[in-house]
Design a binder for this molecule. Structure first.
Ligand code: HEM
Length: 411
């Protein structure tokens, strides 16, 4: 992200934006045409209908490589590879950052593993893991929900899904957090160096794990990917980058969803009471938590062909910003959008995106959240927020709380 120009309508790194991005989104939605933001280099789409249409449109792609001249592309790739060889190979290339046939081939390998019925089989292990985490915190009575609890949820579960042995799973949290430093809006040389070193370490670890597992198939994603590699359906770099993407896409986003989900319930006490009384509403409640605070509120597309949005024509190569977080609060799409309503139906929110890149982990993260909140509410009689104004992370690409100190009374 380049620095925002003084003419930009808002600064995504400001404390004001972090405190209330929804006021900015409401202004953007009211504009006649999508606002161009120089810092993001994109025309920002904020209305549900526009975001939904572009995300579904197969001519809207993730990578700009298709628009570069061959020499320009080769030069750009060589420079990126020389600066950060491991990060370039395993993180900057991924299923998420590919389009067309490559994207379809890689995505197809994983689809079955992440279907709703397939992830359901993880229910007992998720319950056992979350139960153990919750017991420790509930005994303490007062704790930071984000750092002491939520932060320990996804790494372990994704490690299980991938096939990482339990003893190695705590390390996944650090790898994931350090590798994504590269995507920080305020990235420094130290962030880049940390990301590169951690990518190299994680890649070495995965290669060793693959070697140890080549002769021993198990019921996990790694076995599935190893079999696909042996059948010539993907190469080693793609296997490593897919494992890394699964961890990084699901780690921070799940922590943020847990934190903002609980805080939304605490700010809507009648909804929280109702959920305690009617646990059958858990599934719609979790979907509403995702609508209310989209953990990954901003992605982009490039127009591979000229496109018209809301009567405005955009050239081939134009970068369009998809504000999933703004679309989810659009009054044209959701009645009373600023309120959390745990029984909201239908709820066709865009927190998991839409179209070709629809989140592969959406069923898993919904299951994690459903199990987590069911356990939390059944084990506690009361949950109190100990902070007047919890602080949100800055930036437009993530939406999550820095911390959330709470006190719980056990049941
Ligand atoms: C917890 C909350 C999560 C949220 C809010 C979320 C959100 C998203 C969104 C919005 C996209 C689409 C990006 C785009 O439009 O360009 C996406 C893609 C993706 N997500 Fe998630 N995600 C979450 C959790 C997970 C988990 C747990 C996993 C894996 C275990 C995962 C794996 C992926 C993958 C692999 C993609 C790329 C799909 C593709 O490009 O075809 N996500 N996610």
């Amino acid at each position: 992200m380049s620095p925002a120009s003084t003419q930009d309508r808002f600064d995504p790194l400001s404390a004001d934006f972090a405190a209330d991005p929804y006021a900015v989104y409401a202004n953007l939605r009211r504009e006649v045409e999508p606002v161009y933001h120089s810092g993001l280099g994109a025309h920002l789409l904020s209305r549900y209908a526009d975001v939904d249409a572009v995300a579904r449109n197969p001519s809207m792609v993730r990578t700009r490589e298709a628009f570069l001249e061959p020499e320009e592309l080769a030069g750009e790739r060589a420079a990126r590879e020389a600066a950060m060889p491991n990060h370039f190979r395993y993180v900057q290339f991924s299923l998420l950052d590919s389009d067309g046939a490559v994207h379809r081939r890689l995505r197809k390998l994983l689809l079955g593993q992440f279907a709703r019925h397939a992830v359901k089989r993880f229910t007992p292990v998720i319950e056992t893991h979350l139960s153990g985490l919750l017991n420790g915190c509930i005994e303490r009575g007062e704790f930071d929900f984000v750092a002491d609890l939520a932060a320990h949820v996804p790494g372990w579960i994704i490690g299980h899904v991938l096939g990482v042995p339990p003893a190695d799973r705590p390390q996944l949290k650090a790898w994931s957090e350090n590798i994504v430093q590269f995507f920080n809006a305020g990235r420094t040389a130290e962030h880049a160096a940390l990301a590169e070193a951690n990518t190299a370490e994680f890649a070495d670890y995965l290669k060793r794990l693959v070697r140890s597992r080549e002769q021993r198939q198990e019921d996990d994603l790694l076995s599935l990917l190893i079999a696909a590699q042996q059948a010539g359906q993907l190469d080693e770099a793609e296997l490593i980058s897919t494992c890394m993407l699964i961890l990084m896409a699901g780690h921070g986003s799940t922590i943020d969803a847990l934190g903002t989900g609980l805080y939304a319930l605490l700010r809507h006490p009648q909804e929280l009471d109702r959920l305690r009384r009617e646990p059958a509403l858990m599934s719609t409640a979790v979907q509403e938590m995702f609508r209310f605070e989209a953990p990954l509120p901003y992605f982009h597309r490039y127009a591979a062909e000229p496109v018209e949005i809301g009567g405005i024509a955009y050239d081939r190569g134009t970068k369009l910003g998809l504000l999933y977080g703004a679309a989810n609060r659009d009054p044209e799409a959701f009645a009373d959008p600023q309120r959390l309503r745990i029984d909201r139906l239908p709820n066709r929110h865009l927190a998991f995106g839409r179209g070709a890149h629809l989140c592969l982990g959406n069923n898993l993260s919904r299951l994690d959240m459903e199990i987590f909140f069911a356990l939390l509410l059944s084990r506690t009689e009361d949950i109190r927020c100990l902070e007047m104004e919890p602080v949100y992370k800055s930036g437009i690409t993530e939406r999550g709380l820095v911390g959330l100190r709470i006190a719980v009374r056990p049941r």
